[in-house]
Design a protein around this ligand. Structure first.
Ligand code: ARG
Length: 460
């Protein structure tokens, strides 16, 4: 394909170099943004008298047709073109002749690509935000439907204290609300228009950058033309937010995988979100959760790749920056894909309350409550802690549990023990008596669900 810059050159680009240089295989997905941006640019050029009104009308009308043609499949992208910007401009000129050659006045591909990516990502982030809200909704619902399920809470993956399953699930919902906040934050900084910065230094034409910014839905313009075309910090910021989402989904996936194991059996995934083994007939594997966990690695890689590409780049545009797109596209695609499977997988999960409860009955997870019981009777906490530790050791030796120790034996260890100790260290009490704000008590769980309901802006 002939190049738009061919005037200066006496030789065609080597074919390997041409392929190497080309980005159309991955940037063609921005065709809508590219054409919309060009329409706004042509409109502004005419409004400012930089090109004639009739020419602008011809350009805009044809760009609209090109957009439709790509959308309905009549026009296929020519992958011999260097990038989507060149393709659209060449197609326009092919269709309307010399008038098409006026479009690139007071513009460069450097500001064009910067505006296209921002617009593309804005839309993708909106989809991801919707996906996160849906997941938060599903988690709140799961919590609400299981407020009676008690499970062991863990630290160091050792049984620690009894908690409500709902409380555990809501922890993830809270994390995801911050993920939403991070994306919204990134959007704010991303939504400044670089269009009109041209190659790097601005232009001698009397352009109106605010007009194109407003037409394209930006909140304002990048005030420094070099900054506008040089930085991809908005990609880095978004990648960091996406990596954090994946980190959360990955931890959750890991727990789901554990909970599905025979060792735990706390939940069962629906058959539609599990797979079998080609050799072991008994297997039901949590492949979907494992893949979400695995895909976290590639999103982290996208973040590190982009940071590394940008590191040490002199201002302003450098071709290295073309590498931004595959990473950021991969990351948004991956997060969308993960949310699309993760949410229904969680929505259809079967909670095995009895197994959670019987796991909570083992492991002395009411030991803190026993120590607290003595403390509330006036014994200093450290002393109470020691007595409880000795009782646990005795239980381990004799193969029993704290709530089964006879009162006589307890009284021998400390006279403060009374009959009420048994109700105080019952799992239900351990949970319901945790009255501090944000605790695992049913009341706190209700407060959290109400908060999320309000945060989501309506009923669950
Ligand atoms: N395909 C290029 C990119 O993605 C577009 C900008 C090219 N600009 C240039 N001066 N070569 O970065």
């Amino acid at each position: 394909m002939s190049k738009l810059w061919e005037g200066r050159f006496s030789k065609a680009l080597d074919s390997h170099a041409d392929d190497f240089n080309s980005s159309i295989h991955f940037d063609s997905r921005m065709f809508r943004q590219d054409i919309t941006g060009s329409i706004a640019h042509a409109t502004m050029l005419a409004a400012r008298g930089i090109i004639g009104k009739e020419d602008a009308d011809t350009i805009i009308a044809e760009l609209e047709v090109i957009l439709q043609d790509i959308e309905n499949g009549t026009l296929s992208i020519d992958f011999a073109a260097e990038d989507i910007h060149m393709f659209v401009e060449a197609e326009l000129t092919k269709r309307i002749g010399d008038v098409g050659k006026r479009l690139h006045t007071a513009r460069s591909r450097n500001d064009q690509v910067a505006v296209d990516i921002r617009m593309y990502l804005r839309d993708e982030v909106a989809v991801i935000l919707e996906g996160l809200r849906k997941l938060i909704w599903v988690l709140s619902e799961l919590a609400q439907n299981n407020t009676d399920a008690i499970m062991p809470g863990y630290t160091h993956l050792q049984r620690a204290q009894p908690i409500l399953f709902s409380h555990h699930i809501l922890a993830y919902a809270m994390m995801l609300t911050r993920d939403v906040g991070r994306l919204q934050d990134a959007l704010k900084r991303m939504n400044q228009s670089p269009l009109g910065a041209c190659a790097l230094a601005g232009t001698t034409y009397p352009t109106d950058r605010n007009q194109t910014a407003a037409a394209l839905g930006f909140d304002g313009i990048c005030l420094n033309s070099i900054d506008a075309v040089s930085d991809r910090d908005f990609c880095v910021e978004l990648l960091a937010a996406l990596s954090t989402i994946m980190m959360h989904l990955s931890r959750f996936s890991e727990e789901i995988i554990l909970w599905c194991s025979w060792e735990f059996q706390f939940v069962e995934l629906d058959d539609s979100f599990t797979t079998g083994s080609s050799i072991m007939p008994q297997k039901k594997n949590a492949d979907i959760a494992e893949l979400v966990r695995g895909k976290t690695g590639r999103v982290y890689g996208d973040l590190m790749g982009t940071l590394t590409v940008l590191k040490g780049l002199p201002l302003a545009y450098n071709k290295d920056m073309q590498e931004d797109k595959e990473s950021i596209f991969d990351a948004v695609d991956t997060v969308k894909m993960c949310l699309d499977v993760f949410t229904p997988m969680v929505q259809t999960i079967k909670v095995k309350k009895e197994n959670m409860y019987s796991a909570a009955q083992k492991g002395f997870i009411n030991a803190t409550d026993l120590a607290d019981y003595l403390t509330k009777k006036g014994i200093p906490f450290r002393t109470a802690y020691k007595i409880t530790g000795q009782l646990v050791a005795y239980c381990i030796q004799t193969g029993t549990v704290l709530e089964k120790l006879p009162l006589d034996y307890l009284k021998e260890q400390h006279p403060a023990f009374e009959e009420d100790v048994y109700s105080e260290i019952a799992l239900e009490t351990c949970v319901s008596k945790r009255i501090s704000a944000g605790s695992t008590s049913p009341q706190s769980v209700e407060t959290q669900i109400a908060f999320l309901q309000n945060w989501l802006g309506g009923s669950l």
